[in-house]
Design a protein around this ligand. Structure first.
Ligand SMILES: [Zn+2]
Length: 67
């Protein structure tokens, strides 16, 4: 299980959507559209499931690996 994360379109920071699932069932989820309150911008962002990822609690390098 892990937190579903999205990237803030304003700051590029990773923010949690508040959803928790596992990667396999998230990948099987049909495309959906949701809103998340962004604590950085203090406003809501809209996001699509295809833009999100599941951050499972496995130790792995985060910052830098995606850049
Ligand atoms: Zn934001």
């Amino acid at each position: 299980m892990g937190a579903v994360m999205v990237r803030c379109p304003e700051t590029g920071r990773d923010i949690p959507t508040g959803l928790v699932t596992d990667r396999k069932s998230f990948d099987a989820t049909p495309v959906f559209f949701a809103r998340v309150y962004c604590p950085i911008c203090r406003s809501e962002h809209e996001w699509f499931a295809k833009e999100a990822w599941v951050c499972e609690a496995e130790p792995r390098p985060r910052r830098g690996a995606l850049l």
